[in-house]
Structure formats: structure tokens, C-alpha cells
Design a protein around this ligand. Structure first.
Ligand SMILES: NC(=O)c1ccc[n+]([C@@H]2O[C@H](COP(=O)([O-])OP(=O)(O)OC[C@H]3O[C@@H](n4cnc5c(N)ncnc54)[C@H](OP(=O)(O)O)[C@@H]3O)[C@@H](O)[C@H]2O)c1
Length: 309
């Protein structure tokens, strides 16, 4: 991408999209295009066609999506499959029709089978059963990957797909109804601390293993891949290191400064037992993460406090 290329960031208000905008600005990209949901509803095919025909973006970061944690996925599977399929197909098809030079599609590590070997290599996609709790979301994301590959195959486009691990950082969603595990824990520990609770409860048993990447690292990787990767095969983005949910809870408890007791509600689901990405492909392309979890948690907690929720 040259520094004056027209770059559209879909979903620029979100965790990922806002980090990509920050990263692009930091690197001196000067011709960025983005619209709020009010200005451009990505579920509206007519509005999306009109936007692309008028703006003709050369590069597209597709970071708009309906995203949520276990509870949201369980309660709203129809919304997850409908909205994600519609948003991504509107953008992918119009990128092709308007001759975009390149598109980067944001998938997710939850596209991989529930029980696949660890760490998860890119080639494990579609080798066995998906995790049932977020199947609708995962199937929509897999359709997005296959769409990018199909357009490349049939039309010679350059649409790439990346699969980030669990992300966290500024602009994360701290709403307990819809949030992911890490921001939900920050909020729960913070609330327990300010309300002087002697104990608090977290979902599951705490034994599940998870990997976390700071969203600023993810954004840096996305810009790197936009500039350095031209292949239909998916690329994992992560740290390649994981920890148990119990260990994560201990780290967040310390960062927040909560002194009480943690109870684990084992009647609630743990989700996939382990989810660690094999990031050797990305490392071999020349990219590695920089922000340590201990540092990222501190800055994310500072951000959370600044929201005054
Ligand atoms: N968060 C993670 O841990 C994680 C991990 C792996 C992959 N990813 C992937 O990264 C991508 C972005 O996730 P995120 O965490 O940044 O999600 P997010 O914070 O919820 O952001 C999604 C963005 O999409 C926008 N959007 C949704 N529906 C729209 C519509 N109909 N019209 C216009 N804009 C719409 C939202 O707009 P509003 O601001 O108006 O709601 C929001 O700005 C997703 O594809 C996700 O699968 C995320």
C-alpha cells in the first residue's frame, strides 16, 4: 500500500477496526475512509453498493462483524449467522465489482474444530466438529474465508483472510451480557473491588486454556500482512502462548487490586478446552507479537477505568 492509497476500514468503531485505524495513521497512511453504522448500514446491500461505487477504495480491512461471547452466541445464533454473512458478502462482492486491489478479511480462531490438535495449524480448518456454542458465528466466518478464496480463484482478486486469537485492549466491550472472557473479568473484579465484596464468582471451572493478543499487535500484523502476504490460504495471528482461565483471573485480580475470594461456577460452560494457535507461518513471514500480557492488562485496566462505567 502506498501512503496515499485509499483504504476503507469497515467496523472502525470496534475493537479491531479502531486499532487498525490507529496503526495506519501511526504508519503515515493518509487517505483513510470509514463510516459509522448510522452513515452506512453494512446490512443494506443498496447502500453498500452505492458507497463502493462512489468511494472506490483500493484496500479494504473487513473488521465489521457481529461479535460476542458465549452468552450472546447462545441466545442470538440467527443474528450471528445472518448479520455476519450479509455484512461480509456485501463488502467482498462490492470489493470485487469495484476492482479493489486487496481485501483483508478478519476471521477468528473459533472457526477451528472443537477438539483439534494443539497448537492449531491453519490446515486443521474443517477437519472435524465445531464447538456447538458458537457454531452459527463460526460457520459464517468460514463462509467468509471460502468466499475470499472463491473470488480469488474465479476472478483473480487478492483477498486474504486472517485468523486472530482472542483479542483485548482499548475499545473492548465491557458489557457483561455480550463481552468476551477477558474484559468481562476486568469488569467483574473491578465491580467486586469498588463494592467491597468479600467474594465473587466467575463462569466455568477455570481449567480451559486460552491465548490472548493485544489488539495493537493484531493491527500491526494486519497492516504487515496487507503489505506482505498474497495467498488464499488463511494465516493465524496470535502469540503462540496460552494460560489457564484461572491463571488469567489471578493476573487480572492483581492488576485490579481485588483482595477477595474467587468462586468458580462449574455449572456454566467452559467452552473449547484449549485454543492455542500455531503461529509459525506468521513468524516465518517475519512477524512476531510485542506486547506482553502483563503489560497489556495494565493499560487495558487503565482504559476501562477511564470509561467510568
Ligand atoms: N474481539 C476478539 O477477540 C476477536 C478475536 C478474533 C477475531 N475477531 C474478529 O475481528 C472482527 C472485529 O471484531 P471486534 O472485536 O472489533 O468487534 P466489535 O468491537 O464489535 O466491532 C465490530 C464493528 O462492526 C460494526 N458493525 C457491526 N454491524 C454493522 C453494520 N450492520 N453496519 C455497520 N457497522 C457494523 C460495529 O459498529 P457499531 O460500533 O455501530 O456496533 C463495530 O464498529 C470480527 O470479524 C471478529 O470475528 C475478534
Amino acid at each position: 500500500m502506498n501512503k496515499n492509497a485509499k483504504i476503507y476500514i469497515a467496523g472502525h468503531m470496534g475493537l479491531v477496526g479502531s486499532a487498525i485505524v490507529r496503526e495506519l495513521k501511526k504508519q503515515g497512511y493518509a487517505n483513510l475512509v470509514y463510516k459509522t453504522r448510522k452513515e452506512l448500514d453494512l446490512l443494506d446491500p443498496v447502500a453498500v453498493s452505492k458507497f463502493f461505487a462512489e468511494e472506490k477504495p483500493e484496500y479494504i480491512f473487513l473488521a465489521a462483524a457481529k461479535v460476542g461471547g458465549i452468552m450472546a452466541n447462545k441466545n442470538y445464533p440467527a443474528d450471528f449467522i445472518y448479520e455476519n454473512l450479509t455484512i461480509q458478502m456485501n463488502i467482498i462482492n462490492n470489493s470485487y465489482l469495484n476492482k479493489a486491489k486487496k481485501l483483508l478479511f478478519l476471521g477468528s480462531s473459533c472457526i477451528y474444530p472443537r477438539m483439534c490438535p494443539q497448537p492449531i495449524k491453519e490446515e486443521y480448518l474443517l477437519t472435524s466438529e465445531l464447538e456447538p456454542s458458537n457454531k452459527a458465528y463460526a460457520v459464517a466466518k468460514i463462509a467468509g474465508i471460502v468466499a475470499c478464496q472463491s473470488y480469488n480463484q474465479q476472478y483473480g482478486t487478492n483477498f486474504i483472510s486472517v485468523m486472530p486469537t482472542n483479542l483485548y485492549g482499548p475499545n473492548d466491550n465491557f458489557d457483561l451480557e455480550t463481552s468476551h472472557v477477558l474484559p468481562a473479568m476486568i469488569r467483574k473484579f473491578h465491580d467486586a473491588k469498588v463494592n467491597n465484596k468479600s467474594e465473587m464468582t466467575l463462569w466455568g471451572t477455570g481449567v480451559a486454556q486460552r491465548e490472548f493478543l493485544h489488539v495493537d499487535d493484531l493491527a500491526n500484523a494486519c497492516v504487515f500482512l496487507m503489505n506482505n502476504y498474497n495467498d488464499s490460504e488463511i494465516v493465524n495471528i496470535g502469540t503462540g502462548e496460552d494460560l489457564s482461565i484461572k491463571e488469567l483471573a489471578k493476573m487480572i485480580k492483581d492488576v485490579v487490586g481485588y483482595k477477595g475470594k474467587i468462586n468458580w461456577d462449574s455449572t456454566k460452560p467452559d467452552g473449547t478446552p484449549r485454543k492455542l494457535l500455531d503461529v509459525s507461518k506468521l513468524n516465518n513471514l517475519g512477524w512476531k507479537y510485542k506486547i506482553k500480557l502483563s503489560d497489556g492488562l495494565k493499560t487495558t485496566y487503565e482504559y476501562f477505568k477511564s470509561l467510568n462505567l
